[in-house]
Write a protein that binds this ligand. Structure first.
Ligand code: NAD
Ligand code: ZN
Length: 250
């Protein structure tokens, strides 16, 4: 059903447990391009698969070159009205969790506690060692790489497999967040998918899971998505202004 902001406002008012599901569209108003819009990341880079990262030093170098490029935008980005609207519902106890495909950490920067953010694709604002899980800052890795393309080594175990804490194509989905996302989707009475083309699986399975388990489903996205047919409310609008109005942000 196509709808308007007033309908979304009423649905939120009536709900007891809202769960948000967010994609790259939530962060475009912060200046971070999404993947599938014109000028998005797909227009510029072909993905590097996890196996290539593991087996080829050149793939690892290319990964860090790209990270340095995209980090320039990500570092400057601040949460926008959409993030703030979501954070306000979490603070009011209305929303129990944010399941996100984003890797920019902006929900946390907007004030949402870590334990309310379920990151399905990890986080690109820091790095981890794939062998011993030791955490490394981006600066530790990028600093030396910028000088002469020196690949990072784990300061704890010496492994050469230090990677941003993201899930690459071909990499296994993280077990804990997947379980938690499932539990949240099942417990929701209003599931709001925002700024996602809803084509990346298994992440895009959660809106349908919620709906099948009795939740209402709202999809807020500039353009139609694959899952619109399942939704109780489809809002084709800009995220910041419409969500801000729906939750009564000043
Ligand atoms: P996507 O690029 O496939 O879809 C984004 C959707 O948001 C598009 O349908 C677009 O029309 C819509 N959109 C963009 N800006 C909008 C706005 N201001 N208002 C309303 N709608 C808007 O993104 P996805 O579904 O999240 O899949 C991309 C994958 O890439 C994700 O898995 C994610 O891990 C990764 N990614 C993350 C970031 C980030 O962390 N910010 C950025 C790019 C890609
Ligand atoms: Zn290590």
């Amino acid at each position: 059903m196509a709808g308007d902001v007033d309908t979304l406002r009423d649905m939120i008012k009536d709900a007891e447990r809202v769960v948000f599901f967010t994609g790259a569209g939530v962060s475009t108003e912060s200046g971070i391009p999404d993947f599938r819009s014109p000028g998005g990341v797909w227009d510029r880079f072909k993905p590097i698969y996890f196996d290539d990262f593991m087996s080829s030093r050149e793939s690892r170098r290319e990964t860090w070159r790209r990270k340095i490029e995209t980090d320039k935008t990500m570092r400057k980005a601040a949460p926008n009205r959409g993030h703030q609207a979501i954070a306000s519902l979490v603070a009011r106890g209305k929303a129990s969790a944010i399941i996100t495909q984003n890797i920019d950490g902006l929900h946390q920067v907007s004030g949402v506690p870590d334990d309310k953010v379920v990151e399905l694709h990890g986080n690109s604002t820091y790095c981890t060692c794939l062998d011993c899980s030791e955490r490394h800052t981006l600066e530790e890795v990028i600093g030396p790489f910028k000088q002469d393309e020196t690949l990072p080594e784990c300061k704890s175990c010496g492994s050469e497999y230090v990677k941003t804490a993201t899930i690459s194509f071909g990499q296994q989905m993280p077990e804990g967040p997947m379980r938690r996302a499932q539990a949240e989707a099942m417990a929701a009475d209003l599931f709001i998918a925002i700024g996602s083309s809803l084509v990346v699986y298994p992440a895009a399975g959660f809106p349908v899971m919620a709906k099948q388990n009795g939740s209402k489903l709202c999809i807020l996205n500039r353009e139609p998505t694959e899952l619109d047919q399942y939704a109780d409310l489809v809002l084709n609008a800009e995220i910041g202004p419409s969500l801000g109005a729906a939750v009564g942000l000043n």
